[in-house]
Design a protein around this ligand. Structure first.
Ligand code: HEC
Length: 186
């Protein structure tokens, strides 16, 4: 009886965790930790071997970095996009709704870099904290995610070879390319 009451009280208290500054702060830190490292590697590689050469680095390094950060922090870390390049980067229902909301808020004038979304959801009977942070397109990204006239023939060929179903082009700086999406059991 006491346990049932405790469980009911805990369940009622859970939504508060979503807005708990400690959780939000940790999620924000974790989601913000990977992109600058990837940008550093990309910048270096773009200088050395151009976009067509850096594609290989991105496709190997990005998942590697996410995996290392997942192991270091205990959060499951991924990237998703409404127009995904990696066939696995498809958003689920909550992620899709968040990405659509990010696009609307950016169109309404909010700074894309500040867009985030968090919640606590029940998954297989467990409470899971979910957090997303928008990844805005910078000038650097356009050589691989820009419109057709900004992609070199070698880049187009390399992308077509590795990602035959690539939807991740056509972007301009300031648009939202996708998001970091992270989760951890509460
Ligand atoms: C050198 C080319 C290159 C550059 C520059 C680049 N990307 Fe990518 N991007 C890729 C490749 C390749 C993938 C697929 C990676 C994979 O296989 O997981 C990708 C995937 C992504 C994804 C994951 C979702 C999806 O569509 O698969 C996001 C989000 C993303 N890029 C954002 C960015 C942003 C933001 C920038 C600029 C800061 C950027 N990229 C710069 C090549 C690039």
């Amino acid at each position: 009886m006491r346990n049932a009451l405790l469980a009911a009280l805990l369940a009622a208290a859970l939504p508060a965790i979503a807005a708990d500054p400690a959780w939000v702060g940790e999620a924000r830190n974790v989601a913000s930790s990977v992109p600058p490292k990837l940008v550093a590697v990309l910048t270096e590689e773009l200088k050395k071997s151009g976009p067509e050469g850096a594609i290989a680095v991105c496709s190997v390094k990005a998942p590697e970095m996410a995996k290392a950060a997942s192991e270091a922090t205990g959060w499951n870390i991924r990237r998703v996009s409404l127009k995904n390049r990696n066939p696995k980067a498809v958003p689920d229902a909550w992620e899709r709704a968040a990405l659509e909301e990010f696009d609307r808020r950016a169109a309404a004038g909010e700074s894309p870099a500040a867009l985030e979304k968090f919640t606590v959801v029940k998954e297989d009977g467990r409470d899971v904290y979910r957090y997303m942070k928008a990844l805005p397109v910078q000038e650097l990204c356009v050589s691989c995610h820009g419109p057709a006239d900004r992609l070199s023939p070698a880049t187009k060929a390399e992308l077509a070879k590795r990602y035959p179903d690539d939807k991740g082009t056509g972007y301009a700086p300031g648009q939202i390319r996708g998001a970091m999406t992270i989760r951890k059991p509460v």
